[in-house]
Design a protein around this ligand. Structure first.
Ligand code: XIL
Length: 390
């Protein structure tokens, strides 16, 4: 009874074919290293994440396929994911660099490749403060900027009508930070869109998108909206959009997090809050870094060599990351009635905007990481404690 050996090992990864290399057979002679610092070996052939979650929600990846992807990477996308979000090629900057210039080559190739391979596409993104060229706002009064927005949305959404199942219509309109006072307001970011068109820019963007493709599921997408004053502001904003008759169907919680700093309880509640407004929810840009910065902000100083480049992560970090992913997916499963899609922001620890921080479920050599196995295991061997976050 009291024997140490009979206590279950508190590993979320138990039940998986996860072997601690170098332990077996050598333990008596070399008891020096604790198991967590030994490399974790993950079964590469178990059920795929897409198959495991097929009755729950879509499993996505972001990227600008086929582009410069290797055959092995393309194979990975086909085998493990059933929906793709273009990472950059449909953003206003790349696709519509000036008023009379459209660059459809890469987006067309992506949509065609996905169609050929029976993979759905989620469009990203129509109206954003970043990766949007100045011509939209130059010398324009409200009417002129509104017309440019309308032309942009009608052309883009119209072109892929019936081929792209949903769109991030407005991305990241709410300010970071916030306090008790801003929590009672929408606390909109002072973007060029807001300055030119006022708060109505959001409602109009949704209306234009809906006119261009009445079947498309239209999303408001943002980071950090699951917690704190920013969550409160998101509720104020969404209620206003609904009241104004904006054709909005869902909220995208981006999900740029960092191991050890995930607001599980707030996330659990935020999903219920959005559902209470009659909206569906997707996790749209999931990545969980094991070191360094997280959050949706970008600019200089994230990723790259600063965090060790491609140096392999420590086994205990991979284990902690796997546990974090298992907890997240346990929460998503609990909310399966409202969650439509969980999309990872990138394909592998090589194909990620957080390069060097090892945030994804495939490593730099396209191998399944412990996180991958833990996510599948969270469904096959559910642990109710994980879905009741503290
Ligand atoms: C990022 C891309 O991953 C990078 O390649 C690009 O340089 C900058 O944008 N929130 C979003 C995404 O909505 O569009 C951003 O993608 C990451 C943060």
């Amino acid at each position: 009874m009291t024997s140490q050996h009979q206590r279950p090992i508190p590993l979320l990864l138990t039940g998986l074919v996860v072997t601690l290399l170098g332990i077996v057979g050598t333990r008596a002679e070399e008891p020096t290293s604790p198991p967590a610092s030994e490399p974790l070996v993950v079964d590469q052939r178990g059920p795929t994440i897409k198959a495991a979650y097929k009755d729950y929600f879509l499993i996505g990846t972001a990227g600008d396929m086929p582009g410069r992807y290797s055959d092995q990477e393309m194979g990975l996308v086909k085998e493990h994911f059933n929906i793709v979000t273009p990472e950059n090629c449909m953003k206003p900057g790349p696709i519509h660099p000036s008023e009379n210039t459209w660059r459809f080559e890469r987006p067309d190739a992506l949509v065609e490749w996905c169609e050929d391979n029976n993979i759905a596409v989620h469009g990203h993104t129509l109206v954003w403060h970043a990766q949007t060229n100045d011509w939209f706002f130059r010398d324009g009064d409200k009417a002129a900027v509104t017309q440019r927005m309308k032309d942009h949305i009608s052309t883009l959404v119209g072109r892929y009508k019936g081929k792209i199942r949903g769109w991030d219509v407005v991305n990241e309109a709410i300010n970071d930070g916030g306090n008790a006072q801003t929590a009672r307001t929408e606390n909109l970011r002072s973007s060029s869109w807001l300055r030119a068109m006022g708060p109505e820019f959001l409602t109009l963007a949704f209306k234009f998108a809906h006119e261009a493709d009445p079947e498309a599921k239209l999303y408001y997408n943002d980071y950090g909206i699951e917690t704190g004053p920013k969550h409160a502001s998101s509720m104020v904003l969404l209620k206003r959009l609904i009241n104004e008759g904006a054709p909005i169907h869902g909220v995208g919680i981006q999900g740029h997090w960092s191991t050890g700093r995930i607001p599980y309880a707030a996330l659990d509640k935020a999903i219920s809050d959005y559902a209470s407004l009659g909206l569906e929810v997707s996790i749209t840009e999931l990545d969980v870094t094991i070191r360094g910065a997280s959050g949706g902000q970008f600019g200089r100083g994230f990723g790259g060599r600063r965090f060790g480049g491609d140096a392999p992560p420590a086994p205990q970090d991979l284990k902690a990351q796997a546990d974090a992913y298992a907890r997240l997916f346990s929460i998503f499963v609990k909310h399966k009635e409202v969650i439509r899609r969980v999309t990872f922001w990138g394909l592998s620890d090589r194909r990620t905007w957080r390069f060097g921080q090892h945030p994804l479920i495939f490593d730099s050599n396209n191998q399944r990481k412990p996180a991958y196995a833990a996510i599948v295991d969270a469904l096959l061997h559910p642990n109710p404690d994980l879905a009741a976050p503290r």
